[in-house]
Design a protein around this ligand. Structure first.
Ligand SMILES: C[S@@+](CC[C@H](N)C(=O)[O-])C[C@H]1O[C@@H](n2cnc3c(N)ncnc32)[C@H](O)[C@@H]1O
Length: 417
């Protein structure tokens, strides 16, 4: 099991309580011990990329750690610690160290009286673990969360030289930006968001208020006054930034990290701000060559394994209207009938992603051939956009969504104009 949700939870705890402490970060080498039984998450992988020395021990080995030598002790969800082990973990921590406990928040028998700095329940299943951070020195006051790229997965904005020529091509009948132009024109969003801004080419198509999220944009033009950019990863934006004033999203474009766990989380997080009349577009669902579909970028045209979101949504969210669109170069998925209260993907996130990463390893022919594609130039498209626009905001979108399902099942309307 990949336990992506547990790894994310550790990231959040470290960003809130450890990496924002200047004396614990570089040039100091963070000393971390992870207590696990061997069957839980591989927390050490979270720490690659920061200056840290991490070791994993079993519960029985905790007492052998030198006193006050650790900055952080993490107790994994696979361990139900005894009072003696908790006391040993406390003893291992420096005077202002941080104890992060996943799964069990009780500190029975603790002589040190640590401050509880944070308790939260993970939004992801299957475990929905409770995470508790304890601090042994003085309680921190008002330390802002670390929103730097520390702990983030590399953005993969570059690719190796000399990629074989036959790899570097796309397909599709309409440029993906022209498809976006049509969407803006006919859906007339009041608020647009996108994950993955890069040079700003897609953001600038929005006439309305817009938010872009990208940790490393390379803007080639100044952004419009009604647009803003959050310079964070999308995970950090939704878990750590203040989203309380975010408006309802009418149109959203997901084009950030091209790995399925990120794209699915982006979809889930965005859906929380959507409504039944929203339109979500996920870019890069159609690799034109298997190498473009690798999780680690190997080519200029790179879709990663975003294609997996098609079968995932079709299987787990039959309530959604899922339309793979034949855009150039790498296809776009249009999703309609959004439901911000649906928890299915949240409840099963870890097992869905585990299956996607470990079992769906080859790009199927049906994806390369775009066998389910909708032509973006088809008459159907504008009819769908107009129905969305017309019924958006009405007490119920149910009938409009039924009409859309009827339209998209009409083979005559699927043909290009
Ligand atoms: C393909 S580009 C986006 C292109 C842009 N939407 C357009 O069409 O003009 C992908 C962008 O995703 C950003 N990115 C990578 N990892 C990300 C993450 N975890 N969260 C948000 N954005 C990410 C990269 O920095 C890069 O700028």
């Amino acid at each position: 099991m990949n336990y992506i949700s547990s790894l994310d939870n550790l990231r959040v705890a470290l960003k809130r309580h450890v990496l924002n402490q200047s004396h614990l970060t570089s040039p100091h080498v963070l000393q971390v011990v992870i207590i696990g039984s061997g069957s839980g998450p591989d927390y050490a992988q979270v720490l690659t990329g920061i200056s840290a020395e991490a070791r994993t021990v079993t519960p029985n080995e905790v007492s052998s750690i030198a006193s006050h030598s650790m900055d952080v002790v993490v107790i994994g969800p696979d361990v139900d610690p005894s009072a003696a082990q908790i006391i040993a973990a406390e003893n291992a921590l420096s005077s202002d160290g941080v104890l992060i406990v996943a799964g069990s928040a009780t500190l029975q028998g603790s002589p040190a009286q640590p401050h509880v700095t944070d308790v939260w329940e993970s939004p992801f299943g299957a475990s929905f673990e409770t995470i508790t951070s304890f601090r042994f020195g003085t309680a921190m006051a008002g330390c802002p969360t670390d929103l730097t790229l520390a702990l983030a997965t590399p953005v993969q904005n570059s690719f190796p030289p000399d990629v074989p020529e036959e790899v570097e091509h796309g397909a599709g009948t309409l440029d993906c930006y022209e498809f976006l132009v049509d969407l803006h024109k006919y859906v007339e969003p009041r608020f647009y968001t996108e994950i993955g801004v890069e040079y700003g080419a897609s953001l600038k198509l929005a006439q309305c208020a817009a938010l872009g999220i990208d940790p490393a944009p390379q803007l080639s033009v100044p952004i419009a006054p009604q647009h803003s950019i959050s310079y964070t990863t999308s995970d950090d934006y939704f878990r750590l930034a203040d989203t309380s004033t975010m408006k309802a999203i009418d149109l959203c474009y997901i084009d950030g990290m091209h790995q399925i766990e990120f794209a699915l989380k982006d979809f889930m997080n965005m859906e929380r701000f959507c409504h039944a009349g929203s339109v979500v577009i996920v870019d890069d669902i159609y690799p034109a060559h298997p190498l473009q579909g690798e999780r680690i970028r190997q080519s200029r045209y790179w879709t990663g394994d975003i294609w997996k979101i098609i079968p995932i949504l079709q299987l787990h969210r039959p309530d959604l209207i899922v339309m793979p669109v034949d855009t150039d170069p790498t296809g776009s998925l249009m999703v309609l009938g959004l439901d911000p209260n649906n928890n299915v993907l949240w409840d099963h996130f870890d097992s869905i992603i585990d299956h996607a990463i470990n079992t769906m390893t080859e790009v199927p022919e049906s994806i390369i051939e775009r066998s389910e594609k909708f032509d973006p130039r088809a008459r159907l498209m504008k009819k769908v956009f107009k129905l969305i626009r017309k019924h958006r905001g009405k007490p119920s979108m149910s009938n409009a969504l039924i009409d859309i399902r009827t339209l998209i099942n009409n083979p005559r309307l699927r043909k290009a104009r």
